[in-house]
Design a protein around this ligand. Structure first.
Ligand SMILES: *Cc1c(COP(=O)(O)O)cnc(C)c1O
Length: 346
């Protein structure tokens, strides 16, 4: 990567080992269940999150949608964080395609819904209301700076779900970031949910794909839902091969991305005009704002980082920014970001 790209971890290129594995992958028609590489990836993924089975899907969005379609029916309700990815950033798929009625609740600074509010959001058994069906959770929580939520919260959510016969699905797009940051086996988090999706394509660097995991019976249903949304693929082993490398070689090293994000946060926090809370930076992303005293416009800030140091940052239309670290960002890149930002803002 020639540019230093902090816009997202989705920009990360596949590693040389992935390209090698892709070139050599044995393949078959996955709709017939005959792609050995896809089958291996699905089994490995399921094992890593402590579920019976997995399903390779094209994206995190497709994983969540497929899960929701498989779990729910038209007219079912889903309790969901109002700033969660599934509610806010997936084109309304659950409602548009599934007829699922979202019931969005506020979240705290870590991305947790208030448990009393969750209880109160469960509808009485009355024909006026949607049918209670789902609780959707997310970890790490993207809208709250990628905060890794500890398992006890999910245990509480599980408890509420069990009392009311609800299903819990986790959007774990960055589940492994959360697990590494919390120094936990991912299973300690996912044991409390019925199904979970995670992305191979973000910090784990695979070019494409996510895996949805859950019980054998649920994954059978999810196969139909994936077909319905056009996501059943053929020789998908070419892509699954990169996913296997992602899961076997790229998980532990996420700690480096977290250290880089923390280093960046601490560096930027010392620059007059930049506001951020380094103590909230636990995984690979950070949010910061330029305060009113700063003379450059947000747009100029983004442009000058790009022109002067080939540092790419998204945004520029408001004073709030998000920077994300990944495999292709080194410590020297972080230091260059801090130095350049300081020069621009002085
Ligand atoms: C990226 C992301 C998704 C969706 O992943 P895509 O592969 O971009 O569709 C879902 N949830 C969260 C929290 C994400 O960050």
């Amino acid at each position: 990567m020639d540019r230093i790209d902090f816009r997202s971890d989705t920009v990360s290129w596949p590693t040389p080992a992935m390209r090698q594995a892709m070139a050599n992958a044995p393949v078959g028609d996955d709709v017939y269940g005959e792609d050995p590489t896809v089958n291996r990836l699905e089994a490995l993924a399921a094992e890593m999150v402590g579920k019976e089975a997995g399903l390779f899907v094209a994206s995190g969005t497709m994983g969540n949608l497929t899960a929701i379609l498989a779990h729910g029916r038209r007219g079912d309700g889903a309790i969901v964080g109002e700033d969660s990815h599934t509610f806010r950033a997936e084109a309304g798929g659950m409602a548009v395609l599934g007829g699922i009625v979202p019931n969005p609740l506020p979240t705290d600074v870590y991305g947790r819904m208030n448990l009393t509010a969750v209880n109160q959001a469960i509808y009485p058994d009355d024909c006026h209301f949607p049918t209670n069906r789902l609780i959707l959770v997310e970890n790490s929580y993207g809208a709250k700076g990628g905060y890794p939520i500890a398992p006890d919260y999910f245990q509480e959510i599980r408890h509420i779900a069990d009392q009311h016969g609800l299903i819990v699905h986790m959007d774990g797009a960055r589940l492994f970031n959360a697990a590494v940051a919390l120094n936990l086996d991912p299973r300690e988090i996912t044991q409390h949910v019925d199904s979970v999706t995670f992305c191979l394509s973000k910090g784990l660097c695979a070019p494409v794909g996510s895996v949805l995991c859950g019980s054998e019976e649920f994954i059978q249903k999810a196969h139909r839902a994936r077909k319905l949304v056009g996501g059943a693929m053929r020789q998908a082993g070419i892509m699954a091969a990169a996913g296997i490398v992602a899961l076997t070689e790229m998980v532990e090293r996420l700690a480096d991305d977290h250290a880089h994000a923390r280093r960046l946060a601490e560096g930027l926090a010392q620059i007059p005009g930049i506001k951020l809370q380094p103590e909230l930076v636990k995984t690979n992303m950070l949010f910061f704002t330029l305060d009113e005293s700063v003379k450059v416009t947000p747009e100029q800030f983004v442009q000058r980082l790009r022109d002067e140091a080939n540092i790419w940052l998204s945004g520029g239309y408001s004073r709030s920014f998000r920077a994300v670290t990944h495999y292709w960002i080194q410590e020297a890149d972080v230091d260059l970001f801090v130095k350049t930002a300081r020069a621009i803002l002085q």
